[in-house]
Design a protein around this ligand. Sequence first.
Ligand code: SAH
Ligand code: DHB
Ligand code: MG
Length: 221
Amino acid sequence: MSSELWTSVDEYVEDVLGLADPVLMSAQQAAEEAGLPAIAVSAAQGRFLEIVARMVGARRILEIGTLGGYSTIWMARALPADGSIVTLEIDQKHASVAAVNFERAGLGDRIEVRVGSALETLPRLAAEGAGPFDLTFIDADKANIPAYFEWALTMSRPGAVIIVDNVVRDGAVIDPESADESVRGVRRLNEMMAANSGIRSTVLQTVGVKGYDGFALALVG
Ligand code: SAH
Ligand code: DHB
Ligand code: MG
């Protein structure tokens, strides 16, 4: 098994299913031209997020970690006309690139980008009575995943889904002694999910153009 093969299969899937449409491609191109890191979800993963959003009948979606808005656009496509997404981003440059991408995608009126540390914008959202959210996608700094998961839980409706990206980390997640703050954040998430009898959780390993990683999924009871 090689990561080259994983990438080739992702390219094949993207091609055979016609996942690379012009709007998404120009969003990626704008992010690349602005010098943003190439760490957005893959097209196949974006479609997965869209499908989950449709499965839960999502009308309100929360995203933590916008980057250039690629994953946001995928999820926005699942929304009904009166649906909306709030996406949180610490980096003003990323947020600006994303905002232009949303306008170009014709989604500007349904997506709100909030700039700031999610540790600050999440309590503010909660205080405003935002949500309840039907789907939350956690994809920002990994050390703070436990805090983001707690906030997502408090703003989720029963039946909501919370998805967390990058929870396998080339398998580094299995090291209980890891000093890596990202690994520690992910391991703490798993312990929190295990201890919470009100949710059903799993971790799915993934390979592909993003390497060897995985998603955590939690169904809020
Ligand atoms: N969800 C995006 C990728 C997000 S990459 C996609 O798949 O298209 C992670 C993003 O989280 C980066 O843009 C980074 O600036 C942002 N981020 C990092 N720390 C953050 C924090 N404390 N609060 C909010 N956003 C943060
Ligand atoms: C990184 C962040 C991500 O969310 C991701 O999916 C891949 C890589 C990173 O910070 O390197
Ligand atoms: Mg990610």
